[in-house]
Design a protein around this ligand. Structure first.
Ligand code: ARG
Ligand code: ASP
Length: 708
């Protein structure tokens, strides 16, 4: 009986071990292929990545540094999320032609809108360069020397690794410094907006539904990649031509069933799955709550203004969404980590780890790790908290202080590098800020400042607070700081006009600048150096800890934390049980959109045309049994950066567009629990339905290869 229980336990453990992980495409054959096939995959690892022939990886570029996208036609058509293209859609919007509210559809190629600065980057090849990067490192004494040598090696290998002249080499670390991979990439710079649904589809449910299942958002937008006449990356030119990709995805409208195999490919940004318990405890108890508190206050102020003023709503839409996104994620993360007992489970694992290294006789090599982690995290606690408060208050949520900080850095450039460097940086800054000021509103920002400075003065560790902030009157301080010339572009130009000496004198007299100078100096002198010192120590410990974990569990499938490089995650279409007696299905339908419909509401309004289509059940070939599928969920392990990732079926056809995770599973970046962690995808049939039946943009459908 006991034995049977054990066997069953092992089976359960194995079944759940099948899920989770973000894997390196060039290493699938050895690590994952057989498991993927067992789960139902019909293609091979070589179809996904092969250094010598085109494949799926060639259809999955990174979109503008932070999101993922996929090629869906032989003429450069690119699909990503609405929230990934949001800034571009916003930047083409005004009150007169408000593409955020009404959507945008280019009915011809001539109408497609260029987006200076936006880039799309493809992976050409992945090579292991660990030996070269770690060459000569082991014999060095201090962690700082090691890091420097690694950096030097990375620079050298990046410069010398063979590539074509229009390509780039980039090296990233895997397993916390135990492996290094080099990526040869191609980056396209002429990316034009082709189509976006109105926000009442593309952002349906907005912040209320964000991170939540069941979901009904058509979170997609469409761009086109343009290339030079030689099909290679080129700066924007009206003579550029649509890029012919090496691979593009056929789109399947056959639909998925529960338990069908799915895989998602994309550029997950950052996870920290192998932190010691003490670090997770710090996140749950101190760091997340601090960040949540600051954003809470900033968001309330902005929301008030946005509801009252349409122009402010457009100005702040993208900024608000991005701040609100992680604010809500952290709330879910704290809840999930607590509910799943992540810290206690990690502590148990650490006990087992201690026993195992003793058994393996590796006490000398690894025995110091856990006690040293405890000490290092204790030491770093007040610095880490001060740092988070500084960044959230001054650099992330108040904008005048961000500009003030950048100007302060400019003065440092003058002091450290001289007049020429100062002039270069100044020119750069003046060229880049008009965009910023277009969406800056002094009244809103001052109110945010007033709220946040009060939180900062009361809650940031008091021992590091600048004198000037102790017992400060927030309102008075705000009034003073906002007399600054930095509140407008013209003011900034005026302040920065003249040679370095003149500028320095003008800055010294500016109240806003003087304030930022004093808090920045306090931060850079009393917080950053010590934080960096302890953090360097932690980096070294984490590298050795990771090495030990890999060594002590040779049979486990241990994936490298996300690092914004191309990964594959796979699993099944599957519902879940978020709470006792509650079961969530895996699919949502247009009926659910109508259930949530609140006429005129800024989050839950539904476009007239969509209601009409719904009433007439006019779904074309995209509906099933008289219903229109909208979203579905699966057990793919994703994180921020995976937005816009293609979700593929067993044959490698595009069936979904990844855009979010479920509320109960937002802690998956730190602790992945296969029972409740799910990724959320838009059903591609809904995407096609919106393009075809809602927007009438048939020309786009005609470019694609539809699998029926
Ligand atoms: N939560 C998703 C992700 O992390 C979607 C974010 C879209 N933004 C929003 N505020 N609704 O990016
Ligand atoms: N929504 C996220 C993104 O933008 C994806 C996630 O965090 O699940 O990348």
């Amino acid at each position: 009986m006991k034995l049977l229980r054990l066997v069953l336990l092992l089976l359960v453990f194995n079944a759940s071990a099948q899920q989770g992980g973000m894997w390196v495409p060039s290493l699938l054959r050895g690590m994952n292929e057989s498991e993927m096939k067992k789960l139902g995959m019909k293609i091979s690892a070589a179809d996904i990545y092969d250094a010598n022939k085109p494949g799926i990886k060639d259809a999955v570029p990174q979109f503008n540094g932070g999101c993922t996208a996929e090629m869906i036609s032989p003429k450069g058509l690119l699909l990503t999320n609405h929230h990934c293209g949001f800034e571009q859609i916003q930047s083409h919007s005004t009150i007169d032609h408000d593409y955020l509210t009404d959507g945008f559809w280019a009915m011809t190629m001539e109408e497609e809108l260029p987006n200076p600065g936006v880039v799309v980057s493809f992976i050409v090849k992945i090579e292991d360069v660990t030996t070269q990067v770690l060459d000569g490192v082991a014999s060095l004494g201090s962690e700082a020397e090691k890091q420097k040598k690694i950096q030097d090696n990375i620079t050298a290998v990046t410069a010398s690794f063979p590539k074509e002249k229009w390509q780039e080499n980039r090296i990233r670390t895997f397993y916390d410094g135990n492996q290094y991979l080099l990526f040869v990439t191609e980056t396209f710079k002429d990316i034009r907006l082709v189509g976006a649904p109105p926000s009442s589809i593309g952002k349906f449910g907005s912040d209320t539904d964000n991170w939540v299942w069941p979901r009904h958002t058509g979170d997609f937008s469409i761009f086109r990649v343009y290339a030079g006449k030689d099909n290679r990356p080129a700066e924007y030119s009206k003579d550029n031509v649509p890029y012919v990709p090496k691979h593009y995805f056929p789109v399947s409208i056959k639909g998925m069933k529960e338990n069908d195999f799915t895989m998602v490919m994309g550029y997950p940004g950052r996870t920290t799955e192998y932190l010691p318990a003490v670090a997770v405890e710090q996140i749950v108890n101190d760091l997340d709550p601090a960040r949540i508190g600051v954003r809470d206050a900033a968001l309330k102020v902005q929301d008030g203004f946005m509801r009252a003023d349409k122009a402010i709503k457009i100005q702040y839409a993208a900024k608000y969404a991005s701040v609100a996104n992680y604010w809500k994620k952290w709330i879910g993360e704290v809840k999930g980590l607590k509910k799943s007992n992540a810290v206690a489970i990690k502590r148990q694992k650490e006990e087992a780890f201690k026993k195992n290294i003793a058994i393996a006789g590796k006490q000398n090599q690894y025995g110091h790790l856990l006690p040293e982690f405890e000490k290092a995290y204790q030491d770093i606690a007040p610095y880490a908290l001060s740092r988070d408060y500084f960044q959230e208050v001054f650099l992330r949520n108040t904008e005048l202080t961000l500009v003030g900080y950048q100007v302060y850095q400019l003065t440092q450039v003058y002091q450290n590098k001289g007049e020429q460097a100062f002039n270069d940086r100044k020119a750069n800054m003046l060229a880049n800020t008009p965009e910023f000021y277009k969406d800056f509103n002094k009244v809103v920002d001052q109110k945010v400042f007033e709220q946040l400075i009060d939180i900062y003065a009361k809650k940031a560790p008091q021992q590091f607070l600048p004198e000037s902030l102790k017992n400060a009157d927030a309102q008075k301080l705000a009034t003073e700081v906002y007399t600054s010339k930095l509140v407008s572009y013209d003011g900034l130009k005026e302040l920065l006009d003249g040679d370095a000496k003149t500028v320095m004198a003008k800055l010294a007299a500016d109240k806003g600048f003087a304030f930022m100078q004093s808090v920045s100096e306090n931060y850079l002198q009393r917080i950053v150096p010590k934080y960096d010192e302890i953090n360097l120590k932690i980096t070294g410990l984490q590298r050795t800890y990771m090495k030990a974990i890999l060594e002590m569990s040779p049979n486990d499938r241990i994936f490298p934390d996300a690092n914004s490089t191309l990964r594959v995650t796979y699993g099944k279409v599957k519902g879940y049980k978020p709470a006792d007696a509650v079961t969530y299905g895996a699919f949502t339908y247009l009926d659910g959109v109508m259930e949530k419909y609140i006429p005129g509401d800024y989050e839950f309004d539904v476009p007239k045309k969509l209601i009409e289509l719904y009433n007439n059940k006019d779904y074309g070939p995209y509906g099933v049994n008289g219903r229109m599928p909208v979203c579905f969920i699966g057990t793919n392990h994703t994180t921020g950066g995976n937005s816009g990732s293609p979700a593929l079926d067993a044959k490698g056809n595009l069936v979904g567009l990844n855009f979010d995770r479920v509320w109960e599973g937002t802690m998956s970046d730190i602790y992945y629990d296969p029972e409740i962690c799910r990724n959320i995808m838009v059903d591609l049939r809904y995407v096609l339905f919106v393009i075809d039946k809602f927007a009438g943009c048939r020309r786009l459908i005609d470019e694609m290869k539809i699998v029926k």
